[in-house]
Write a protein that binds this ligand. Structure first.
Ligand SMILES: Nc1ncnc2c1ncn2[C@@H]1O[C@H](COP(=O)(O)OP(=O)(O)O)[C@@H](O)[C@H]1O
Ligand SMILES: [Mg+2]
Length: 255
C-alpha cells in the first residue's frame, strides 16, 4: 500500500494549512524540489563515503598492512590510563580534536612531542580508530615508510608513480606521520614528506605529527616553511613522563 504523501493532499487542505501555519507550507512543487535536494544530498554523502573508503584502501595497500599497527587497533582514548595531570590534558586535547574534526574553523593539526613509551602512538591511533569507525579515512605511517614507497614507485618496473604515492598520503582525511625524525634526510626523501604535508595543508586536511624530539627541535627539523604551515593551526601535546612500557604506574585511574 502506498503511503500518502504531501503530493496527494488535496489542494484545498494545503490552502487551509497555509492560511493557519506560521510558516508557509510546501506546495507540491516545492515538496518535489525538496525531495530531489534530499536525494541529491544523500547521493553526495554516499559518494564521499565511497571516496574515503577507496582512499583508505589505496593507502593500506601501499603500506601492505593496516595503517594502524595491530597492537594499536584496539586503542581507545578511554583505554588510556591517566595517572598524571599532563595526561588528563593530553586526553582532553585528543577528545577536542576528535569531536571537532572536519568542522569549519576546527584546529587542523596536532603535534605529539615526547619521550618513548608515553602513549603517543596509542592516543593518535585511538583518534584514527574513532575516525575510521565513523567512515572517515585515517592512516598512520612513518616518514620512512612514505619515503620507501616513493622510492619504490620510482623504479622503472613499478606500476605506481611518486606522484600517486604522494597523492594517496595527501588525500586521506587524517594522516598520522609517525617518527618524523627517523625519516631519511636526503634531499630527495625529505622533499617527499614535505610534499605530502604541503598538499595536505593546501587541501585543508589535518595532520598529526609524532616525534621524540622537543617542539623547538621539530620546528628546526621540518624547516621554516613547513613549520609555518603546520603550526598555523595545531594543538601541541607534550608527553614527557616515564615510559608506560618500563614503568607502569602502581596506581591507575584511582584503583
Ligand atoms: N597511559 C597509558 N595507558 C594505557 N596504555 C598505555 C599508556 N601509555 C602507553 N600505553 C601503552 O604502552 C605501549 C607503548 O605506548 P606507545 O603509544 O607506543 O608510546 P610512544 O608512541 O609514545 O612511544 C602501547 O602498548 C600503549 O598502548
Ligand atoms: Mg611511538
Amino acid at each position: 500500500m502506498n503511503k500518502p504523501t504531501l503530493i496527494n493532499v488535496p489542494r484545498g487542505l494545503l490552502a487551509k494549512v497555509k492560511a493557519h501555519a506560521k510558516h508557509s507550507a510546501f506546495t507540491p512543487d516545492e515538496y518535489l524540489a525538496f525531495q530531489q535536494r534530499e536525494a541529491l544530498a544523500d547521493y553526495h554523502r554516499q559518494q564521499e563515503q565511497v571516496q574515503a573508503e577507496r582512499q583508505q584502501r589505496a593507502v593500506k595497500s601501499l603500506l601492505e598492512r593496516s595503517g594502524v599497527q595491530d597492537i594499536y587497533l584496539a586503542a581507545t582514548l578511554e583505554g588510556y590510563q591517566v595517572y598524571r595531570p599532563e595526561q588528563a590534558t593530553a586526553i582532553s586535547t585528543c577528545r577536542k580534536y576528535l569531536s571537532n574534526f572536519g568542522q569549519y574553523g576546527a584546529v587542523k593539526n596536532m603535534v605529539f612531542c615526547g619521550s618513548t613509551g608515553t602513549g603517543k602512538n596509542h592516543m593518535a591511533s585511538a583518534i584514527c580508530n574513532a575516525l575510521n569507525a565513523s567512515g572517515k579515512s585515517a592512516v598512520v605511517a612513518t616518514a620512512l615508510e612514505i619515503q620507501m614507497k616513493a622510492r619504490a614507485a620510482r623504479r622503472h618496473d613499478s606500476h605506481l608513480t611518486e606522484d600517486r604515492v604522494i597523492a594517496s598520503f595527501a588525500n586521506v582525511d587524517l594522516l598520522v606521520l609517525d617518527e618524523i625524525e627517523l625519516g631519511s634526510t636526503s634531499d630527495y626523501d625529505s622533499k617527499i614528506v614535505n610534499a605530502v604535508i604541503d598538499q595536505r595543508v593546501t587541501k585543508g586536511k589535518g595532520t598529526v605529527v609524532l616525534t621524540n624530539m622537543g617542539f623547538e627541535q621539530l620546528g628546526t627539523y621540518v624547516g621554516e616553511r613547513i613549520a609555518d604551515r603546520l603550526f598555523a593551526s595545531f594543538y601541541l601535546v607534550e608527553c614527557f613522563w616515564p615510559s608506560f612500557r618500563t614503568n607502569k604506574p602502581a596506581v591507575t585511574n584511582g584503583e
